[in-house]
Design a protein around this ligand. Structure first.
Ligand SMILES: *Cc1c(COP(=O)(O)O)cnc(C)c1O
Length: 334
């Protein structure tokens, strides 16, 4: 099952490593493994690289020459899209939420290096302004292509169906009881759900909800189920999903999207100091905080073999110097 009917461009290095985290495992009393999608390679990597291989494959097949997408100022999705567009010689327009900051840092700094056009959208951080920009670019004679918010459409989700196949091939002899990951715009979640079904994976799939957004027409869990269903149809499968199969854990939303609290700070510091691995402040820091808490509270039993899917994002650490708690480090007075 390679879905060769869907054109794909190579943007990353796959398979990404699957590694055991021995010191974190010992500290928490569970056997923790990590799928390193922070190492997909494209401009510091991340889960959007997988999605963009299919989405931009579609853009090229349709003869488009200009890419439009949207996200937060520190969007990892926008940074990877800008890099891929540079590689593929496509003009790239990013619609970013908020106002232009005095200094470009983290992902925004990189967006600028990739030479994309940045449009500041104020409150409209989820691509509300895409249609207007599409029309004006078209009026200029360009052939624009819209990459949806977070790359979360059927093509983006399909990439994560393939990612489960990649994992299944790598993890023979292992028996993960759970797969924990950060879920935010739904494409990763929908693809993992469908992939789990198609490749008979036994793990419980636990999405840690990152962004409590009540502005959408459909609640987020319903959006994920709908995307999983549509992705199955596109891939020629008759699989259906019931709401009972979807686990979207809302317990770790903290102070809101992109706000780093003590839980995220602890998770980032532990993973850095025990494993030398960087989590990010917005997504993986929060998801790892969820895993740590579920182990401590017994929701995940001691000794289980669990998989944490590292979805990337570390470049935004450099834009979070105010919120990262460096006292958890080992700085000592002389
Ligand atoms: C986008 C992103 C996610 C969430 O993936 P979705 O498919 O949007 O749910 C998780 N982690 C990081 C680092 C991301 O950039």
């Amino acid at each position: 099952m390679d879905y060769q009917q869907f054109p794909k461009v190579d943007l990353g290095f796959f398979p990404t490593p699957l590694v055991k985290l021995p010191r974190l495992s010992q500290a928490l009393g569970c056997e923790i493994w990590m799928k390193r999608d922070d190492m997909t390679g494209l401009a510091f990597g991340g889960n959007k690289t997988r999605k963009l291989e299919y989405i931009l494959g579609d853009a090229l097949a349709k003869g488009c020459d200009t890419i439009i997408t949207a996200g937060a100022a520190q969007s990892n999705h926008c940074r990877q899209t800008a890099a891929a567009a540079a590689q593929l010689n496509l003009e790239c327009h990013l619609i970013l939420g908020g106002e232009q900051p005095d200094k470009a840092q983290g992902n925004l700094l990189l967006d600028n290096l990739f030479g994309c056009h940045i449009h500041w959208a104020g409150e409209n951080r989820k691509g509300e302004d895409i249609p207007a920009l599409y029309q004006s670019l078209q009026a200029e004679g360009k052939r624009p292509y819209i990459v949806p918010y977070g790359g979360s459409n059927e093509l983006g989700a399909l990439a994560f169906v393939n990612a489960v196949k990649e994992l299944a091939e790598q993890s023979r002899g292992l028996a993960f009881s759970r797969l924990i990951f950060a879920s935010s715009s739904g494409g990763t979640h929908a693809g993992l759900m469908l992939g789990k079904r198609l490749f008979n994976q036994a793990f419980e799939l636990i999405g840690i909800n990152i962004d409590k957004d009540e502005s959408a027409d459909l609640p987020f869990d319903a959006q994920i189920l709908e995307l999983a269903r549509k992705t199955a149809v596109m891939a020629g499968s008759t699989e259906t999903f019931s709401p009972r199969e979807l686990i979207l854990n809302p317990n770790y939303l903290g102070e809101g999207y992109g706000i780093v609290g003590s839980r995220e700070n602890e998770a980032i510091a532990l993973t850095a100091q025990l494993e030398g691995i960087l989590l990010d402040p917005v997504y993986t820091g929060r998801a790892m905080a969820g895993l740590i808490d579920m182990i401590r509270t017994g929701a995940i039993s001691r000794g289980e073999q669990v998989l944490f899917w590292h979805t990337g994002g570390a470049p935004s650490l450099f834009a979070y110097t105010e919120q990262l708690d460096l006292t958890q480090g080992k700085n000592q007075p002389i």
